[in-house]
Write a protein that binds this ligand. Sequence first.
Ligand code: NAP
Length: 287
Amino acid sequence: MSAKVAFIGLGVMGFPMAGHLKAKGYDVIVFNRTAAKAQEWAGKHGGKSAPTPAAAAKDADFVMTMVGNDNDVLEVVGGKEGVLSGIKKGAILVDHTTASADVARKVHAMAKEKGVHFIDAPVSGGQAGAENGKLTVMCGGDPEAFARAKPVMDSYGRAVTLLGPAGAGQLTKMVNQICIAGLVQGLSEGIAFAEKAGLDAELVLDVISKGAAQSWQMENRGKTMHARKFDFGFAVDWMRKDLGICIAEATRNGAKLPVTQTVLGYYNEVSKAGGSRWDTSSLITRL
Ligand code: NAP
């Protein structure tokens, strides 16, 4: 019999991720706060939906959550009708939300008290990665629980890796976001410079993406940045949340993040100017 998997949070990322689990043959039940989306998912994929996170988790071997921020995780996991009030002993809870390492450690401890294993497992690869089932999944937790959950996560992940104990997945995602922030600003400056210089920006991107300046951002976002198209992808306000988490963690561990701090200020400006749901490549609008 196939394992039972509950999936909580059917947003831009969760909706397709839960779909991949169903396609792989898992017995999937979903919960979404806005019930219409859960019904839409069940209609599309032929799975079941539950009225609360606790009800979804009740018989599940694995419970995956993909919500917004720290508070949302604490609410769907530890709230009155949260996952931990319904989940069975020995089950594995996996949180894919990008949240703080503190919350990961806290939920790990809350789960342990109930005899439940917890893995923090934020993802990278964006909406396209979720839809194509090619996410990078960065995990923190106990090796034995990870070994059991990895085949489930492989349904939508192409690189699913354990990086250390509880919180290590979130810390790795912070490194990922720190690496992206300065890069997107650099790419914005390069494209804006090419435009001012009267060059054919598309041709420039085609050429330099075959050299040392190449990056995922250049290949996937360069041309849309030049066309000023931002109505897709990873929202500016999610990046503001993520960079805020990075800066709070750096304040604790002593790391210096001057560029990340500056770029966060730029994202605050983009958000204020009406771009809170635009893709993060919208940094170029400031130039
Ligand atoms: P989204 O489209 O806004 O979806 C968020 C989902 O979480 C929705 O289903 C929402 O329910 C649910 N939710 C939020 N707060 C909740 C709460 N307190 N209780 C119950 N449900 C709640 O966001 P997303 O783009 O899928 O992103 C989800 C997470 O993945 C975020 O942490 C984000 O930083 C991270 N991430 C996103 C991307 C990306 O490209 N989008 C890439 C990597 C990582 P409703 O439908 O009721 O609002």
